[in-house]
Design a protein around this ligand. Structure first.
Ligand code: ZN
Length: 157
């Protein structure tokens, strides 16, 4: 039997804590404020059962992942209107998978690198996207590390 305590993504209560969450019978999407701001607004979709990689998902879990991805997209499009997304699974350590419980990354673009913006000429970032996401949950205070970033110092509240 798998030791749930050894796997952070088997801890569904932790994934739900202070997060924007969507879930269905088989999977859960969690978007948390980042400690560093490095991947602010990045979410993961995990199967509720422990599956080491995407190749271990059941057909029901594939469908459930797609269902949550489409819900997340609809919500993010409505609230943040990102320019685009990165979405996908890393598999194995050499594939960039650091937690060996399958997790589908949903990263809205931009999640914002000033360097990339300068190179590509993209417009200035919209106001604090995770605050917008978490505002209905009353969790704005969790975004303070991100708000303190000098890059965002000109953005009110
Ligand atoms: Zn697990």
């Amino acid at each position: 039997m798998h030791d749930d305590h050894a796997c952070p993504y088997c801890d569904l209560a932790e994934l739900r804590r202070n997060a924007f969450v969507l879930e269905n019978d088989h999977c859960l999407l969690s978007i948390k404020p980042s400690e560093t701001g490095a991947l602010e607004g990045a979410g993961i979709i995990v199967p509720k059962a422990h599956r080491p990689t995407v190749f271990d998902l059941t057909p029901q879990e594939w469908t459930a992942t797609q269902d949550l991805l489409m819900q997340a997209r609809a919500y993010l499009d409505a609230v943040i209107a990102p320019d685009g997304y990165n979405a996908g699974w890393n598999v194995g350590a050499v594939g960039g998978q650091h937690v060996m419980h399958a997790h589908f990354h949903v990263i809205r673009i931009p999640f914002i690198s000033p360097t990339i913006r300068n190179v590509t000429g993209l417009p200035a970032p919209r106001p604090e996207p995770v605050s917008l996401l978490l505002a209905p949950l009353g969790l704005n205070g969790l975004c303070s590390p991100f708000n303190r970033s000098p890059y965002y110092s000109s953005i009110p509240g």
